[in-house]
Design a protein around this ligand. Structure first.
Ligand code: GLN
Length: 200
């Protein structure tokens, strides 16, 4: 008999930025959510099955991570192989110059400071249906990516979505549109990993 895993427990880094909207979307998709502000929130028990790093302001987020002593625990969490989803400032936090978890270099405010926000239609491999309408707000892009990084979408030739193992990053804000497919893909990844673990 195949055991069915319960609802996955997903953490959302809640020091600053758009964490509440991510939490809402994840709950809509059937996940349980824990806001993460301290190493204890990240570590559990119960342990988190996945983690979202939201958009916001990466300098403020960096200061918050340092203040709370979260840098090492965040690195260890990613190194454990649990799925991590970084959007906008979250993409920046994961790069070589910040937490050093992903083999990427992000360029902050890459589309120009004057370009506060814009939307673009993006085609994602493995995503059924129409293109994703992506909302960019003072968005970064990925300037450099190592060989293990798979680029999933670009704007004007600049990578704005990528995957490296269980790390999944977007330059834009999927939590600000009604399209749930990218969050759903992340939650599905978390569920699949849980099922494997429970079956082991
Ligand atoms: N420009 C922000 C930064 O550098 C990121 C923008 C966002 O998360 N919407 O931190």
């Amino acid at each position: 008999m195949v055991a069915t895993a319960g609802a996955p427990l997903i953490g959302v880094l809640a020091l600053q930025g758009g964490f509440a909207a991510h939490a809402r979307v994840l709950r809509e998709l059937g996940a349980e959510v824990r806001e993460v502000r301290t190493p204890a929130d990240l570590g559990g028990p119960p342990a988190l099955d996945g983690l979202v790093l939201p958009g916001g302001e990466s300098t403020t987020m960096t200061l918050g991570i340092e203040r709370e002593g979260l840098a090492e625990p965040l690195r260890a969490f990613a190194a454990s192989g649990a799925p991590v989803f970084g959007t906008c400032a979250g993409l920046i936090m994961l790069d070589r110059a910040h937490l050093g978890v992903m083999d990427t270099v992000a360029r902050r405010n890459a589309f120009g400071r004057q370009v506060h926000s814009f939307e673009a239609d993006l085609d994602f491999p493995d995503l059924e249906g129409p293109p994703v309408r992506a909302v960019f707000i003072r968005a970064p892009w990925i300037d450099e990516a190592g060989p293990e990084v798979e680029i999933l979408a670009e704007v004007d030739g600049h990578p704005v979505a990528a995957r490296q193992g269980e790390l999944f990053v977007l330059s834009f804000h999927p939590e600000l549109s009604d399209d749930r497919r990218l969050h759903a893909a992340f939650v599905e990844r978390v569920r699949r990993r849980l099922e494997h673990r429970d079956a082991a």
